[in-house]
Ligand binder design. Sequence first.
Ligand code: PLZ
Length: 463
Amino acid sequence: MLPYPSRPYARGMTLTDVTSAPLGGPALPQERRLVTAIPGPRSAALLERKAAAVSAGVGHTVPIEAVAAGGGVVVDADGNSLIDLGSGIAVTTVGNAHPKVVAAVQAQVAQFTHTCFMISPYESYVGVAEALNRLTPGDHAKKSALFNSGAEAVENAVKIARKHTGRQAVVAFDHAYHGRTNLTMALTAKAMPYKSGFGPFAGEVYRAPVSYPFRDGLDGHAAARQAIALIEKQIGAGNLAAVLIEPIQGEGGFIVPADGFLPELVRWCRENGVVFIADEVQTGFARTGAMFASELFGIVPDLITTAKGIAGGLPLAAVTGRAEIMDASHVGGLGGTYGGNPIACAAALAAIDVFENEGLIERAQQVGAVLTERLTALQTGDPRIGEVRGRGAMVAVEFVVPGTTEPDATLAGAVARAAIAEGVIVLTCGTYGNVIRFLPPLSIPDELLHEGLDVVAAALAAS
Ligand code: PLZ
């Protein structure tokens, strides 16, 4: 008998017919348990259906059929329990199916599912906006607008900055990731797999060099001067609406800029009337050991984009920032059918309660200390690890050919695949594909975190 059988939903079924997984996640046994090879037969059968029914453009990293998740594990249809070191790409920071999120969603879904905030407003949307205005860096007057995805938040931040400044150009950086829509593809740096063949891309997007200490060897001041010089020469401050940057780059390789880089960019933006947008879609909500990564660098962005961790797994995103900038749009200029959906907002209010009242910032720091200590120890005996870097529970390992900075993507891929085969979900990233990133749910028990890192270490030793 499978511990968590799942059946496709059919008319008339109740939730318990569909899955016998206990609601509220943490009741799941917190263990790594392999009862079949990965994928097992049920998962393999689903992946066959996926190949036949789902566009080939939509890939997957872990070849399983997920049926339950919570604490620090994802359980598959064959009864395997995998340690989760990826949080569905930085989303389930509070833990999958956190009981408060589950309860909030259940209550809201029974009350009403949708009215469209632009048609009939409701309280939870306003509550999320108030919470974001309060929690994001800076004590100036702030306002927010809600959307569905990180890409949509970034698109809207750019719209707002253009409307506010009356200018058009936008600067993004090397190694940046901002999404897969047309404008955000233009803002994203990496061609494969995100952009190749999907152009033409939106105009008035310019790319500047970022601070990448492991590769550029520059201090923050020098790296900022280099970026600013390029902007002044190639664009001209008077044409520039916004500078958009991830305070720690996510998909690009968990790149932490050198001290001073971000503050200097912010100062230049202020002096030149340019809107500074921090894309905190991946770094936001306690992930980095601060509520927002901007705080780690002592910067106060004009606008912040958030998504992912904000709603415990439900699709929600936001732009938050200076009230006078957020109010630049004419009435009706911002919105969307589903933006700030009431179920997603209920989930966000519950998740924000967890972030604020269940010690998640401290927990991110603890998880980060374990990750950094274990991975640094690994680096000491292994010249293939060029750098261990990150903040809080957002830590990565960059693999190189020993004695050089030449990226070793083959090794990163082999280690990740071997860890997954042994029941540990890890994700790769990086412009060169040579980085393994660790971003576990903060609900993961310490023992599981250690066991997951043991498995990764063994996979590396065997590669
Ligand atoms: N900005 C900083 O990290 C999403 C992308 C996964 P959406 N990152 C995960 C993939 O391969 O599609 C992301 C991000 C930053 C924006 C986004 C976009 O957020 O919710 O995926 O649109």
